[in-house]
Design a protein around this ligand. Sequence first.
Ligand SMILES: Nc1nc2c(ncn2[C@@H]2O[C@H](COP(=O)(O)OP(=O)(O)OP(=O)(O)O)[C@@H](O)[C@H]2O)c(=O)[nH]1
Ligand SMILES: [Mg+2]
Length: 192
Amino acid sequence: MNIVNKLLKGFKSTGHCLAPQEKSSGGNLDKIAIVGSPNVGKSMLFNCLTGTYVAVSNYPGTTVEVSRGRAKIGEREFEVVDTPGMYSFLPISEEERVARTLLLEEKPNIVIHIVDAKNLERMLPLTLQLIEARLPVVLVLNIIDEAEKIGMKINLGHLERDLKIPVVATVSTTGRGIDVLKGRIEEYARRI
Ligand SMILES: Nc1nc2c(ncn2[C@@H]2O[C@H](COP(=O)(O)OP(=O)(O)OP(=O)(O)O)[C@@H](O)[C@H]2O)c(=O)[nH]1
Ligand SMILES: [Mg+2]
């Protein structure tokens, strides 16, 4: 995990992500946005969290599709948004522009940054960008089954301590870790 440590070196999280967040604009439901690179399991996680009520529409003024559903976590109901894949918070593609606009305009109460745990060091820069943009980030290390298979050991406690945000490992194809994630979201949501 040398590269991860190198990435984190010099990064000082202000811990703002654990502070109360502004209510999301528009609608009465609190909002969770799922963001991450293409092909990391965003839609699988979206399916794990949401039920049957799902609406797919083009983001206004674009041809980029965004899915919206609902999730009951603890006593609260959330709107969950599955955003288009983004590599960076500095947009190049139309998908990235939509994802960034959505985060900045819809002000979700929780931003789940989901990464492929096998490629954590490649994906962590986006986590840092999201934190620096003062977004309320929860980091999800998905595909942890494959990471374990190749012998990777990721210390969640260290990551949480350094980033000062909740970090959860999941296998969104089997549901492993989803209850833990819901618990962390519930805990987080109690502060908002
Ligand atoms: N082994 C394993 N495979 C996973 C896991 N989560 C997702 N996958 C697989 O990864 C692939 C991509 O999953 P999606 O949910 O479509 O990923 P996505 O991020 O929505 O992809 P885009 O919408 O194309 O950006 C699928 O083939 C899933 O079956 C996981 O936890 N473990
Ligand atoms: Mg998808």
